[in-house]
Design a protein around this ligand. Structure first.
Ligand SMILES: Cc1cc2nc3c(=O)[nH]c(=O)nc-3n(C[C@H](O)[C@H](O)[C@H](O)COP(=O)(O)O)c2cc1C
Length: 207
């Protein structure tokens, strides 16, 4: 088995961390780096990483996360939020990203036009900018959990939370930004539970 798959075998949704164990800062920076390096649609990089360190804030967050113990036992809690309003052209943010896409003003304008059309086509399918941004956060989250597993660090993604409550607690202006997903990292206190997965032949088809 290759090293990446070994890390994926090691990764599981850790239900409780050993709160006596901390994560080495260098390793945590690697986890954040894997989030930063993750792909995003149109290269828009809409995900931001909010690290929750304050103990009282963690306790309040836990209540909003269905009281899940991962939030207070984890060595690191990272709230992945998506930016919203600045993704909609015209905006300074879209302009700044367009600078990486074209050398001339004409090229940049053409790219922004294509990007705007793409957002509109998503909207027509019922996917608004916030939903689209959240999808990108999930890609970063996957990289971060696998990167952590590669270094022997456990994780649990947390989607079970009161979205409005978390946005309010963290002071997110929901016109501009919103929580997408929460990631918890640390070291397991119990053995990994049995893993259930469908067989590959139930998931794959060739045409
Ligand atoms: C987007 C997402 C959200 C999740 N939210 C939670 C959660 O709130 N609490 C929890 O204990 N597990 C959560 N999980 C973990 C899943 O239940 C778990 O990944 C799945 O049961 C498979 O188990 P495994 O990851 O241990 O292989 C979440 C997983 C994903 C991908």
């Amino acid at each position: 088995m290759n090293k990446f798959l070994e890390a994926m075998e090691f990764r599981h949704a850790c239900k409780e961390f050993d709160n006596n164990k901390s994560i080495d800062e260098e390793k945590f920076l690697d986890i954040l780096e894997s989030g930063r390096l993750s792909p995003s649609s149109m290269g828009m990089e809409p995900t931001r990483f909010v690290i929750i360190e304050n103990t009282q804030l963690k306790e309040k967050l836990r209540i909003l996360c269905w009281n899940q113990v991962q939030i207070t036992s984890a060595a690191k809690v990272v709230v992945l939020k998506t930016i919203i309003q600045s993704l909609i052209p015209p905006s300074n943010y879209v302009d700044s990203i367009s600078f990486r896409r074209g050398k001339t003003k004409q090229e940049r304008e053409a790219w922004i036009q294509r990007y705007g059309n793409f957002l509109e086509s998503m909207q027509a399918k019922g996917i608004n900018v916030e939903n689209w941004g959240q999808k990108q956060a999930y890609i970063a989250a996957s990289s971060m959990m696998n990167c952590a597993a590669y270094m022997g660090i456990d994780s649990c993604p947390i989607e079970g939370f009161d979205i409005d409550g978390v946005n309010q607690l963290l002071g997110f202006d929901t016109f501009k930004e919103s929580v997408a997903l929460i990631l918890t990292f640390g070291y397991r206190i119990k053995e990994q539970q049995k893993r259930y997965r469908l067989n590959l032949n139930e998931l794959v088809e060739y045409r």
